[in-house]
Ligand binder design. Structure first.
Ligand code: ZN
Length: 202
């Protein structure tokens, strides 16, 4: 009996819904991406209490919206939803590679070593500037089934997670740019207001 129960459990595991969406751009994405200057980008997001179908559907819609905008990461506040969820796909050109969905992500440690890398943001199109961040991080989060997970990330994944987790706290990459004159220039060129930058000191 134990054996067949184990088999049943195994089958149930296989049938669990995974978040799979086409990576093709769609003409009418399900969600609107908010731009710099809109309040949602500065409003800290709330923890997700229960990971259910509504959250999985949100993740799907966020992914479709992200692929359509040719992005590699998107946080819920960018689509006007104050929930702590973000999606990332560094392999957007590979239709079979599964994307990452992070629910209630928390950076539990960061490396002392730092990297400088040029960032951009779907909410601030046209602006690309260097940001200094820890080169690797340790993250705790829940996956799309609500299971607690931990991961170590480095390189572009670490960079992307830190950028997106900042969004959940109302922080934008432009707040962390050190080249003030280039920041002003690029914001102006792209019709954004420099007064929407909130300098962070860390
Ligand atoms: Zn962003």
């Amino acid at each position: 009996m134990a054996g067949s129960f184990a088999q049943l459990a195994k089958n149930a595991e296989k049938k669990k819904p995974l978040i799979t969406v086409s990576k093709e751009a769609v003409k009418k994405p399900p969600l609107e991406i908010y731009m710099l200057g809109q309040e949602t980008l500065r409003t800290p997001a709330n923890r997700i209490v229960k990971v259910d179908d509504s959250i999985r559907n949100l993740a799907k819609d966020m992914l479709i919206t992200m692929y359509s905008a040719k992005g590699i990461g998107l946080a819920a506040p960018q689509v006007g939803i104050q929930k702590r969820i973000l999606v990332i796909d560094l392999n957007f050109e590979d239709p079979t590679a599964p994307p990452n969905v992070f629910i209630n992500p928390e950076i539990i440690s960061s490396s002392a070593s730092l990297d400088t890398y040029e960032e951009g943001c779907l909410s601030i199109p046209g602006v690309y500037l260097d940001v200094v961040r820890p080169s690797s991080i340790k993250l705790s989060y829940r996956d799309e089934m609500g299971r607690p997970k931990k991961m170590n990330a480095e390189g572009l994944m670490a960079r992307c997670i830190q950028h997106e987790v900042d969004h959940l706290n109302g922080v934008l990459f432009i707040d962390k740019v050190t080249d003030e004159s280039e920041l002003k220039k690029q914001l102006l060129e792209n019709n954004f207001n420099h007064s929407d930058v909130i300098k962070v000191t860390s």
